[in-house]
Design a protein around this ligand. Structure first.
Ligand code: FES
Ligand code: FES
Length: 157
């Protein structure tokens, strides 16, 4: 079946198998930042934003995303300038091997857009479903807390 998907503002017409998951279709379209790890809704590495809300693309049917706005981490950097969340993750050492970072960054973006000044507890709660094998999470939590203390907001436009 043919599907139209809007990813990072670009409309793709794509042939999919009925029942195909959004993760598979996004990776086929070249959005390799969308990571496959557990493939069963346990790690958060496949997180993308659907109309601004984090979803797990490994357990979301691609057909469900048609007519909605999908964002992957490729949308964050603009003209070579990293998004404040990406900058902050680098500053605190919150990005080590980097495998989990697309999911973390998108979950953090959704959190900060809904709640610009989250408490540490709210950050931990929001990131609860995003697993990282490298950092122990403290540097990632600090990265988000640091953003809340900076001026300039979330934009890198
Ligand atoms: S790959 Fe989707 S939650 Fe792990
Ligand atoms: S930085 Fe390596 S898995 Fe998170």
């Amino acid at each position: 079946m043919m599907l139209e998907l809007t990813v990072n503002g670009r409309v793709h017409s794509v042939e999919i198998n009925p029942g195909e998951m959004l993760l598979d279709v996004l990776r086929r379209l070249g959005y390799k930042s969308v990571r496959r790890s557990c493939d069963n809704a346990s790690c958060g590495n496949c997180t993308v934003l659907l109309d601004g809300k984090p979803i797990l693309s490994c357990t979301t049917f691609a057909a469900r995303a048609t007519g909605h706005k999908i964002e992957t981490v490729e949308s964050l950097e603009k003209d070579g300038i990293l998004h404040p969340i990406q900058e902050s993750l680098l500053e605190t050492g919150g990005a080590q091997c980097g495998f989990c970072i697309p999911g973390f960054a998108l979950t953090a973006k959704a959190l900060l857009e809904e709640n610009p000044e989250p408490t540490e507890e709210e950050i931990r709660e929001a990131l609860n479903g995003n697993l990282c094998r490298c950092t122990g999470y403290e540097s990632q939590i600090r990265a988000i807390l640091n953003i809340t203390h900076k001026r300039g907001g979330l934009s890198n436009d």
